[in-house]
Write a protein that binds this ligand. Structure first.
Ligand SMILES: NC(=O)c1ccc[n+]([C@@H]2O[C@H](COP(=O)([O-])OP(=O)(O)OC[C@H]3O[C@@H](n4cnc5c(N)ncnc54)[C@H](O)[C@@H]3O)[C@@H](O)[C@H]2O)c1
Length: 322
């Protein structure tokens, strides 16, 4: 039986494909390659195509005897989703709905879905637990919340069980040095800091230095990409063991400010990150970190890596893969 990984040629997807293969799973990847790269999946079978292509998905599931799907494929830039909400709803919600429908009709009963802490918007308190109100503040966050609801209805109506993993901020590169993030496409803090350090991009812009936080910059929960990959394997095991559909936060439970990340980057690189202060961005919550009790209790998961591991692994990847 095979696991279909949509978006498996992308950043988190490729690290998860690697982890699945390392424990002996059969894997097939479906990716449009709009953002991912073929090299990131090595010799894992990869079909280039769209999750919304019903004929392709149905045939792929039959040909490869797909038993479960890990669904990463989506657009992910919250800022861009304000400029082009239609693109986000069309791909993330429309594409996912078609994938889920095709998959269920083709007999798939289990799905692990890449959701996001963006479904919470600005929470009334931190750490954020899964029962915190769903209140997205961007079209991107809304698209993730809508897919979670669609999955709820597919379970109620058709018995498709799923785990929605609400990631906090994914960062870092594979600890064995074999994979990393393609910074061409990424708008996230850690790759932007690496670009600035290596002179491959402009000075890092610190969006907002007047937040009510200890150093004035926004606080996030940075989680190592290998820890995320591990959680997907555990979510699959949970579903295979008959676990009920649920949503699970994936974060370390520790908040780090933008300046904390820049200091970690300076420790890794041995020199300061060129940076400049900018205004706050719309839709950026002040502080966000996870209550990860459910991940621990239900999946037996906890983060193995901290902020220094994240930034060190990113530095060693980017400084050798310019
Ligand atoms: N990176 C983060 O910090 C973060 C945080 C929370 C949630 N997520 C979610 O995790 C998932 C993976 O994120 P990532 O950082 O690896 O992004 P990524 O852009 O590196 O990977 C996404 C992959 O999906 C593919 N794709 C997009 N639309 C597709 C479609 N219609 N059909 C087939 N392939 C398609 C892209 O080509 C790309 O390879 C996304 O759903 C994202 O929203 C990411």
């Amino acid at each position: 039986m095979t696991v279909l990984v949509t978006g498996g040629a992308g950043y988190i997807g490729s690290h998860t494909v690697k982890a699945l293969r390392e424990r002996g799973e059969q894997v097939v990847v479906l990716d449009s390659l709009e953002f991912g790269s073929r090299e990131a999946v090595g010799d894992t079978p990869l079909l280039e195509g769209d999750i919304a292509d019903d004929g392709l998905v149905t045939k792929l599931i039959a040909d490869h005897h797909v038993e479960a799907i890990v669904h990463f494929a989506a657009y992910k830039a919250a800022g861009e989703s304000f400029e082009n909400p239609g693109r986000y709803f069309s791909n993330n919600v429309g594409g996912s709905t078609k994938l889920i429908d095709s998959a269920r009709k083709a007999g798939v009963e289990q799905m692990v879905f890449s959701s996001s802490c963006a479904v919470y918007g600005t929470p009334s308190s931190v750490p954020v637990a899964e029962d915190c109100p769903i209140n997205p503040e961007s079209p991107y966050g809304e698209s993730k919340a809508q897919v979670e609801r669609i999955l709820y209805w597919f379970e109620r109506c058709l018995g498709l069980r799923s785990v929605s993993l609400r990631y906090f901020n994914a960062a870092g590169a594979a600890m064995d040095g074999s994979l990393g993030e393609d910074w061409t496409f990424s708008m996230n803090l850690v790759p932007a800091a690496m670009k600035a350090l290596l002179g491959a991009g402009p000075p890092l812009r610190i969006f907002g230095t007047d937040y009510p936080t200890p150093d004035g910059t926004a606080i996030r929960d940075y989680i190592h990409v290998d820890d995320l990959a591990d959680a997907h394997l555990r979510a699959l095991d949970y579903l295979r063991a008959g676990g009920a559909s649920t949503s699970v936060n994936l974060g370390t439970g520790t908040g780090s400010s933008v300046r904390d990340v820049l200091e970690a980057a300076q420790r890794a690189a041995g020199r300061p990150v060129p940076s400049q202060e900018s205004d706050r961005r719309p839709g950026d919550p002040i502080a966000l970190w996870a209550d990860n009790t459910r991940a621990r209790d239900l999946l037996g998961w906890s983060a193995r890596y901290d902020l220094d591991d994240i930034v060190k692994s990113a530095w060693s990847w980017h400084s050798t893969h310019l």
